[in-house]
Design a protein around this ligand. Structure first.
Ligand SMILES: [Zn+2]
Length: 148
């Protein structure tokens, strides 16, 4: 596994924008259509907290929800999941596996090939046009070898 990024609450508060802090560290949800205006280009959506690659732009799709939506994480293990029983619903919460920032939720109503819809707060993402999936996979491979 990737090395964890652990910071204090005060450090996160200083580092993140107020909106990103509210979403990522306090499990907030941004208003729909507030942060979905990312460029339609090749690249990587990284964690706005620790920079870990999370979702390839190729897996982004128009869900109409107003939140950036993806059908799969860039590599297995990039995101972690927990059961969220808030708001009287049972949902699957998604967080960055590296810094444990709350990202959004995953629902079983996405498109093929996975059938999943990762519904992610745009405030938790940083778009990086310079980084592609092949690089992330190479990094994951070398991590696997390093710990094996
Ligand atoms: Zn992170």
């Amino acid at each position: 596994m990737t090395e964890k990024v652990i910071r204090t609450d005060a450090e996160w508060r200083a580092e993140l924008s107020p909106e990103a802090y509210r979403v990522m560290r306090q499990h907030g949800t941004e208003r729909p259509f507030s942060n979905d205006a990312f460029p339609k280009a090749d690249g990587m959506f990284r964690c706005a907290g620790c920079g870990q690659p999370l979702f390839d732009a190729d897996t982004k799709f128009e869900s109409g929800s107003g939140w950036p939506s993806f059908y799969e994480p860039v590599v297995e293990g990039a995101v972690g999941e927990t059961v969220d029983r808030g708001l009287g619903m049972t949902r699957t919460e998604v967080h960055c596996a590296r810094c444990e920032a709350h990202l959004g939720h995953v629902f079983p109503d996405g498109p093929r090939p996975t059938g999943l819809r990762y519904c992610i707060n745009g405030a938790a993402l940083a778009f990086d046009p310079e980084h592609d999936a092949a690089q992330a996979e190479a990094m994951a491979d070398s991590d696997a070898k390093g710990t094996g």
